[in-house]
Design a protein around this ligand. Structure first.
Ligand SMILES: Cc1cc2nc3c(=O)[nH]c(=O)nc-3n(C[C@H](O)[C@H](O)[C@H](O)COP(=O)(O)OP(=O)(O)OC[C@H]3O[C@@H](n4cnc5c(N)ncnc54)[C@H](O)[C@@H]3O)c2cc1C
Ligand code: FES
Length: 252
């Protein structure tokens, strides 16, 4: 069994920052199957489509999911009470591929930061660069430090950490790393890839509207660059959400 839909118990629901919530959910069998970069599809009471949320961390019995309230589904999730049951389909998708002996640079932008925590825990001495719009949205800094990462914080307006973009730091440090793993908004991923191109390998995690989350409905189809021959449509829920950046059409 690679994934399954099971009832989880919500054991923690805390507000981390303005509109951003931190869940821990428990189940006896599913969490141990998770690997970094995968996601969970959360059933929201009264809604047909589940909400895809990246796995921020996992151990034998629990998943940590950090989410931002965007619409009705995530608003209802934020209001759930500790002790309630929630149906979750997980772990889904193709996550980050890691090789021993490499120094990784992990980059997260905004709500793309959470999946980089589980990833940082699987890497040796990673350099982690986190970028946020401003101080009010900064999350998970202590968690990355506790995971042993070398951590750099940037904000667009300089209200916390260094003023500027994650790519300013990446450009300065690119000579020290073997590969970049990134999650965040498309313009950020595109800018990261242009710094990496021709220098270091880069894997990016993409976000796409989803239905089933398991490759059955085609809602998440996106065009992907083939290694040779014609471009083909890929299902982000199944072939992704993590891709080699060179396979991604950033402009289309
Ligand atoms: C692989 C993956 C991982 C994600 N990880 C996280 C995470 O860790 N934290 C986080 O805060 N958000 C994450 N998102 C985005 C999150 O799924 C959406 O913000 C959420 O589904 C919005 O639901 P809603 O009901 O609040 O919003 P509404 O806009 O009301 O949603 C309406 C419908 O559109 C879908 N939808 C809306 N926005 C998105 C979106 N950006 N991606 C996919 N489906 C969407 C919803 O699932 C729902 O079916 C992730 C998305 C994907 C695809
Ligand atoms: S969400 Fe259904 S195929 Fe990807």
């Amino acid at each position: 069994m690679k994934y399954d839909s099971r009832p989880f118990r919500l054991v923690r629901n805390e507000q981390l920052a303005d509109g951003i919530f931190d869940w821990t959910v428990e189940n006896d069998t599913i969490p141990a199957l998770a690997s970094c970069g995968q996601f969970a599809n959360v059933k929201v009471f009264g809604r047909t489509l589940r909400r895809p949320i990246s796995i921020c961390d996992a151990d034998e019995r629990s998943l940590r999911l950090v989410f931002q309230v965007k619409g009705e589904g995530t608003r209802l999730m934020s209001q759930m009470k500790v002790g309630e049951e929630v149906e979750i389909l997980a772990p889904l998708g193709h996550g980050f591929e890691l090789e021993k002996g490499k120094r990784y640079c992990l980059i997260g932008g905004g709500i793309g930061v959470p999946p980089m925590l589980f990833t940082a825990k699987q890497c040796e001495n990673p350099l982690v660069i986190t970028g946020f719009r401003d101080k009010s949205l900064v999350i998970l800094q202590d968690d990355f430090r506790n995971a042993g990462a070398e951590l750099v914080l940037t904000t667009d307006d300089g209200s916390a950490g260094r003023k500027g973009f994650v790519t300013d730091v990446l450009s300065e440090r690119i000579g020290e790393i073997d590969e970049v793993l990134a999650c965040g908004p498309i313009p950020m991923l595109k800018a990261i890839y242009s710094v990496c191109k021709g220098k270091v390998k880069c894997q990016v995690s993409l976000e796409e509207r989803m239905g089933c989350g398991i490759g059955a409905c085609l809602v998440c189809a996106c065009k992907q660059k083939p290694k040779d021959g014609e471009a083909f449509m890929s299902q982000v829920c199944r072939h992704g959400p993590v891709y080699n950046a060179e396979e991604v059409f950033f402009d289309e």
